[in-house]
Design a protein around this ligand. Structure first.
Ligand SMILES: *[C@@H]1O[C@H](CO)[C@@H](O)[C@H](O)[C@H]1NC(C)=O
Ligand SMILES: *[C@@H]1O[C@H](CO)[C@@H](O)[C@H](O)[C@H]1NC(C)=O
Length: 472
């Protein structure tokens, strides 16, 4: 058994391990399983002096899960449970940190980190401690580009990492192509070239049939959609729903003292606030003629959130219909009559409170609005929200793939909020399906004024807006 701790393996040797490890994963995946905990400690070499001494083994199937249903051969369904992290923080894929259902791509991403570790002896996210460890490590993984992470490794490591972090949930890895990335390092006759590791052990792990060499690297991965490689950006995320024509009005860059005149003018014209948001401590408000509300009150408060005022309005049968927070800690809460809600509860938390949401789901509550203030979250949940199911997409970048998968399964975005680090989208299954289920999202660096007008022309109306972390 080779001890992998604190070693800097030569790149040819790591390339040999890469090639063999990929084919081990291919064989495991072909049986319908993902390993779930790929890391240096779980790779072992055979007993020295036996025919297996050059053979690599992957051990510890404790976290293995099925990626495909053995009966139907169907890929398991996509899901995200942000509190469901299992695995080893240092090597876990970003999707695993975020609690997404494990699939083949995750083993390969963990392998990429394993290879970089073996070659460089270190990963940039080592050394974090405490309750926030997984959060901080995931954030670091997602903000470390393959160029940076593999800056001191030969090109194949970077190409491998780039390919695997951009794989889709149910994408079939092209194992032989991944293996061939490393051919340039291993050379043409691997099986007769044992590699010397400090004289202690002779290792060449390349076994199995000879694979074709990578002739050049005009690899088509440049043409594929980059999921993780976008540049992190802070943007407006806006959501539009199709609905019958109505009057809608928006205001943005609204300073505290301009709020009341806008709202009063809207009320005079028969509009009520349907959603609100904050950007750089200025408010954005959307007012609709078709909210269905019968009465509305709002309060701008220096607190995030102002409990006494909310309790007072609850007493009078107003329910929170939208909420927003400014970075300086103030909040804007809108409460309305004529909502379908029968009971409401809210929580303010320093991190996204998925555990609390999960508990409330079990009690029949659904998330109906959300806000952030700095890195704090406020989540409002209501009974009788008109949903039959609800899911969360939480990510350090805009979770484009997750949103599309949820849309395909009939969910629609019903609440969202973002901090400078993370965006969270709540997607719900409506109890009564709208006749036209069209929903669109946009990400723009400026408030999407011009876009909103284009959407109106197509009977698409702003249904939600927030400002925060996305990917350009
Ligand atoms: C895998 O990649 C190789 C090399 O680019 C290509 O020839 C082959 O068709 C690919 N296989 C699949 C199943 O896409
Ligand atoms: C811990 O993580 C939360 C998000 O989950 C973040 O808002 C907070 O600032 C972090 N604390 C530290 C000390 O980094």
């Amino acid at each position: 058994v080779y001890k992998y701790n604190s070693c800097f393996m030569p790149s040819e040797m790591v390339a040999c391990i890469a090639a063999e490890a990929i084919s081990i994963l291919e064989s495991m995946h072909s049986k319908g399983y993902v390993h779930g905990d790929v890391k240096p400690e779980n790779f072992l070499l055979g007993q020295p002096g036996t025919p297996q001494e050059k053979k690599l083994f992957l051990v510890d199937l404790g976290l293995a899960t099925k990626w495909k249903d053995p009966a139907t051969q169907q890929h398991v369904d996509y899901d995200q449970r942000p509190d469901a992290f299992r695995g080893t923080v240092r090597y876990a894929s970003a999707h695993a940190h975020l609690g997404r259902t494990a699939s083949r791509r995750d083993d390969l991403e963990s392998l990429a980190y394993t290879l970089v570790f073996l070659h460089r002896g270190r990963l940039p996210w080592q050394g974090y401690q405490g309750d926030n460890k997984s959060f901080l490590v995931c954030k670091r993984k997602m903000s470390t580009s393959p160029d940076i992470l593999c800056g001191l490794c030969p090109q194949p490591f970077k190409l491998f990492l780039e390919t695997v972090v951009n794989m889709k949930f149910d994408e079939e890895p092209n194992y032989s192509k991944l293996i061939s990335l490393f051919d340039v390092l291993i050379g043409p006759n691997p099986s007769i070239r044992p590699i010397n590791t400090d004289g202690a052990q002779k290792v060449c792990v390349r076994v199995g049939q000879k694979r074709s060499r990578l002739i050049n690297d005009d690899d088509d991965s440049n043409a594929r959609k980059k999921i993780r490689l976008g540049v992190p950006a802070t943007q407006w995320i806006s959501v539009y729903n199709s609905r019958s024509p109505m009057k809608q009005r928006y205001h943005y860059n609204v300073a505290d003292n301009r709020l009341a005149p806008h709202v009063e003018k809207g009320n005079e014209d028969g509009l009520l606030i349907s959603s609100i948001s904050s950007c750089v401590d200025l408010w954005a408000i959307i007012m609709d003629a078709g909210t269905g509300f019968t009465d509305q009150v709002y309060e701008l408060s220096p607190h995030f959130l102002h409990k006494d005022w909310i309790m007072e309005q609850w007493e009078k049968n107003f329910y929170i219909s939208s909420v927003a927070g400014a970075n300086i800690g103030s909040s804007l809460v809108v409460m309305s009559k004529g909502t379908p809600y029968t009971q409401q509860s809210y929580k303010v938390s320093d991190s996204f409170p998925f555990k609390w949401i999960n508990k409330k789901w079990k009690e029949g509550f659904y998330v109906t609005s959300m806000a952030t203030s700095g890195s704090r979250w406020a989540i409002v949940m209501s009974r009788n929200a008109g949903f039959t199911d609800q899911v969360v997409e939480l990510d350090f970048l805009y979770p484009s793939e997750g949103v599309h998968r949820r849309w395909d399964n009939g969910y629609r975005i019903t609440a969202m909020a973002a901090t400078m680090d993370q965006s969270a989208l709540i997607l719900s299954m409506p109890r009564r399906r709208p006749r036209d289920e069209t929903q669109e999202t946009l990400r723009t660096s400026q408030f999407p004024s011009a876009h909103v007008k284009d959407k109106w022309a197509k009977n698409l109306y702003l249904a939600g807006i927030c400002y925060g972390r996305t990917v350009a």
